[in-house]
Design a protein around this ligand. Structure first.
Ligand code: R5P
Length: 296
């Protein structure tokens, strides 16, 4: 029976108020479908547009990396401070409490270990399992200039097609071989290829010269990769510069979990990424938190 609850006069139709049409502000993501946007908004804070992802997927090719030997002890306590976790499905199922409700960026490529040619990767996860695990994104390595460049690019396009079917974004990680030059020219090429062929966001390395040209020529968000452990001030400075030069976040591993105080470090990184704290202030914050912990 139509509209018997109250009379038309009592209902609120706001006939003179045009419906709001909010813009989805994440870079290059405005034309994506609802599910994609929902998942991306779990990773990138809708307030700041930025993210601090904690990368702990190293074991997929190098086994129990320093700091990741017992992830139940070293990593689970860090989960509340990260915006998203990047890891493998094995660690997700075996060690991450499902009620931590953290957005997951699931490592979805693999194959070779550190003993072999790393670019010889294949897709290592079925999209159905990504859905089953309720992940917010899937990730893989793309080896531009590597021996198996084409295979890794095709892995990505296949994963993008699968992700698009179910509304799951893909993060491409621009891998760098030991002998390859890490400069803005290379990263412009690698990031742009990933975005052109469908990646929804790209993880890449910071370079001191010309990083802004890397972010500005990539039409989707870039998150900065951490790399090997460096000093806290140096790592905070790198994150600060990356954000100021157009990155939408960071995806850091060793510089957080190998730090003397990983909780203090992830909090300091987060302040840099979300609050534009300068590296010097962020280091002060790190040292304060570290000394408070010692006194406890
Ligand atoms: C990079 O190639 C992989 O995704 C790594 O396993 C990891 O994400 C690297 O993190 P970080 O260099 O910050 O330790």
């Amino acid at each position: 029976m139509p509209e018997t609850d109250v009379s038309k006069e009592e209902k609120k139709f706001y006939e003179d108020v045009p419906q709001k049409n909010p813009v989805f502000s994440l870079k290059g993501s405005g034309s994506l479908d609802w599910g994609m946007k929902d998942r991306l908004s779990r990773i990138f804070s809708p307030k700041t547009g930025h993210t601090v992802m904690l990368a702990v997927d190293h074991g997929y090719f190098q086994g129990p990396t320093t700091g990741l030997e017992r992830m139940d002890i070293s990593i689970v306590p860090l989960i509340p401070y990260a915006d998203a976790l990047m890891l493998t499905r094995g660690i997700l199922r075996s060690l991450v409490p499902p009620d931590s409700n953290k957005p997951i960026v699931m490592r979805s490529s693999g194959g070779p270990s550190i003993l072999k040619e790393l670019s010889n990767e294949e897709i290592a996860v079925d999209i159905e399992d990504a859905i089953r695990m309720n992940v917010s994104a899937i990730a893989l390595q793309v080896f531009i200039g590597g021996e198996f460049e084409t295979r890794s690019v095709h892995n990505m396009t296949k994963l993008v097609d699968a992700g698009l079917r179910y509304g799951i974004p893909v993060m491409a990680v621009t891998a760098v071989g030991k002998e390859m030059v890490r400069d803005a020219r290379y990263f412009r090429l690698a990031c742009r290829i990933c975005a052109e062929l469908g990646a929804h966001f790209v993880k890449t390395y910071y370079v001191p010269e010309g990083f802004r040209t890397v972010t500005s020529s990539c039409p989707v968000p870039i998150v900065m990769a951490g790399g090997k452990k460096i000093g806290e001030l140096e790592a905070l400075t790198m994150a600060y510069k990356a954000i100021q030069e157009g990155a939408s976040g960071v995806d850091m591993g060793r510089n957080i979990f190998q730090s003397e105080n990983p909780v203090a470090m992830i909090k300091a990184v987060s302040a840099v990424v979300h609050k534009d704290l300068t590296p010097e202030k962020a280091l002060e914050m790190y040292n304060d938190l570290k000394s408070k912990k010692r006194k406890e």
